[in-house]
Design a protein. Structure first.
Length: 138
């Protein structure tokens, strides 16, 4: 299993909307960056992803699970980009803010800090565990 981070603007798609979507999940579509596309294509069923509210909030607010691997994004008229399907797993009681992530020296290599505009990025196991601890998630 691998770990990832997915960004969404909460006024477009929020963790609460993801939770309401239930076990059938929703398509994670609309990604129009080639590096993010390549990351989506690497995801496997069962991989876990942090759900990050970007622009408004700038914080990790929950976890979703990949339930369907990359397929042609139905919102892309060019057929160049892919989507995946994810379902809600858990909401953080204490969201982990970007500010607190930046303060943690152990997370300084995190793509969220180094490539702040990238919307889909890998998270290594060590960083995944640190962020879970910061969010009081076991």
């Amino acid at each position: 299993m691998k770990y990832w981070l997915l960004k969404s603007e909460p006024n477009v798609w929020s963790i609460d909307q993801q939770q309401k979507a239930g076990s059938s999940g929703t398509d994670w579509d609309g990604v129009r960056n080639y590096q993010a596309k390549n990351n989506l294509k690497k995801m496997k069923k069962g991989d876990l992803c942090f759900f990050y509210h970007s622009n408004i909030g700038k914080e990790i607010v929950g976890i979703v699970e990949v339930i369907k691997t990359a397929f042609t994004d139905p919102t892309d008229k060019t057929n160049r980009f892919v989507a995946i399907k994810v379902k809600f797993k858990k909401k953080f009681n204490n969201p982990v803010t970007l500010e607190n992530i930046k303060k943690n020296a152990s997370l300084k290599g995190l793509p969220l800090i180094k490539q702040s505009r990238l919307s889909v990025m890998p998270i290594d196991t060590k960083c995944w565990k640190i962020i879970l601890k910061m969010g009081n998630i076991n």
